[in-house]
Every structure is written in structure tokens, then in C-alpha cells.
Ligand binder design. Structure first.
Ligand code: FES
Length: 150
């Protein structure tokens, strides 16, 4: 079965089983390695992307559910050689330790800012509530998220 996906503004036609997790298609078929495999259960956020500007966990989302939607991965946030302000804020705040969770953190904050340009600290915390960081750099991650709010 051929599925058509729009990822980071590019159209792709792929022959994959429709129940394949979107994460597998992004990483294995399209070589987009921004989204990470963490838990595989929809619980850690490492695999997050934006679908229609909203956060989505791709390890538990069949690729067929993403057809006809605009998918944006971490790889597609930067435009015209400029990092997304959220990416820039995470660099400036030195929010990474191992960095594995940062895809999910950055995408969660980007999704929040897409719908609320001036979120409160409480709203930022809520947006990150279900994203796990095993290194414990939550303080720096929250500082980065605050920095991303203009
Ligand atoms: Fe998808 Fe953990 S890998 S939520």
C-alpha cells in the first residue's frame, strides 16, 4: 500500500504497512533522526513531532493516521538556516546533558507557543509534564523554555 506523507514541507510516497509506527517511518524510511525511540509506549515524549502544529507521539501513532496532515520534526523546525527560537533557547540555556529527551522537550514547547505566545510558568510546566528526562536537567529545561518565550 502506498501512503503519502508531508513531512517538513516535502511530499513523500512510501510503501509501508499502514500500522507501522510513524516513528519507524520517519527514522528508518526518511532518515529523520530528530524524533527518538525512548519507551515505545507513548509515555516519555522522546518521539514527539508536530502534526498540524499539535504535539503527537509517533511511537504509538500508525503512519496511516498521519496521512493528509502536515508533519514537522525537529529536523524541520529551522528555516532558511535559522534555528527555531525554541532550539536557540535550549542551546543558550545549555539545557542538554545527554540530550536524548530534548527532541520531545523542544517540540512540546514549540507546540505550546504555537497556540499561546505568552504562556505562564504553570502552563510551561504543564506542557512538559509528561516528558521525561533521565539526567535530571529539568531546571535547565525549564529555564530554556522560559527563555523561548518572547
Ligand atoms: Fe514515544 Fe516514549 S518513545 S513516548
Amino acid at each position: 500500500m502506498t501512503l503519502k506523507l508531508t513531512v517538513n514541507g516535502k511530499r513523500h510516497e512510501l510503501s509501508v504497512p499502514p500500522q507501522t509506527p510513524l516513528l519507524n517511518v520517519l527514522r528508518n524510511d526518511l532518515a529523520l533522526n530528530g524524533p527518538k525511540y525512548g519507551c515505545g509506549l507513548g509515555e516519555c515524549g522522546a518521539c514527539s513531532v508536530l502534526i498540524g502544529g499539535m504535539i503527537a507521539r509517533t511511537c504509538v501513532l500508525p503512519v496511516s493516521a498521519a496521512v493528509d496532515h502536515d508533519i514537522t520534526t525537529l529536523d524541520g523546525l529551522a528555516q532558511n538556516g535559522q534555528l527555531d527560537p525554541v532550539q536557540q533557547a535550549f542551546i543558550e540555556a545549555q539545557a542538554a546533558q545527554c540530550g536524548y529527551c530534548l527532541n520531545g522537550m523542544i517540540m512540546a514547547i514549540r507546540a505550546l507557543l504555537n497556540h499561546n505566545e505568552q504562556p505562564s510558568t504553570q502552563q510551561i510546566r504543564a506542557a512538559l509534564e509528561h516528558n521525561l528526562c533521565r539526567c535530571g536537567t529539568h531546571v535547565e529545561i525549564l529555564q530554556a523554555a522560559q527563555r523561548a518565550v518572547v
